[in-house]
Design a protein around this ligand. Structure first.
Ligand SMILES: [Zn+2]
Ligand SMILES: [Zn+2]
Ligand SMILES: [Zn+2]
Length: 158
């Protein structure tokens, strides 16, 4: 069943406004988007909106479970509409590209703490950091364009 944003809001008992609809649509349209990017999309759709209103709407939608907020270390929060599963993320250290990766276990917390210290643990935050295929290819290409070392010496015949 396709996601109808208005329907999603109504089912959670959230009043449907043009602003909420536009924010939710922006997140559905672009996975792992940032608040800044959402604001840009929303402005083209409904006109002026403050970044603060975008933040407020995003946190309302996240609190209601319609969207998920991920907060990678050292980068702005990202939002996605893939909720209700315990998927993780691969993040490129160079360009920041973020993609989903399914959880091998499927439910949270998928890692068991050696010692839970009496905490009731409900989630293990798993982020895989590395370099995406494009950035790996780029770094290979740039190392290839460096002048090759002279590998062969001319050999003299006796
Ligand atoms: Zn990259
Ligand atoms: Zn995701
Ligand atoms: Zn997992």
């Amino acid at each position: 069943m396709p996601h109808d944003p208005a329907d999603l809001l109504l089912r959670r008992g959230i009043q449907v406004t043009a602003q909420r609809l536009a924010v939710l649509r922006a997140v559905i349209g672009q996975a792992h988007t940032t608040a800044d990017a959402v604001a840009e999309v929303v402005r083209t759709e409904i006109g002026a909106i403050s970044l603060q209103s975008v933040y407020d709407t995003l946190s309302l939608l996240a609190t209601e479970g319609l969207i998920r907020r991920i907060q990678p270390a050292g980068s702005p929060a990202r939002f996605e509409d893939r909720v209700g599963d315990n998927h993780h993320h691969l993040i490129c250290r160079i360009c920041g590209r973020t993609v989903d990766v399914d959880c091998a276990v499927g439910f949270a917390p998928c890692l068991t703490a050696m010692d839970g210290k009496g905490y009731e643990i409900d989630e293990a935050e798993v982020v895989y950091w590395g370099r995406c295929p494009d950035c790996v290819a780029k770094s290979r290409a740039s190392s290839r364009s460096e002048p090759p070392l002279a590998r062969r010496r001319s050999q003299r015949r006796k």
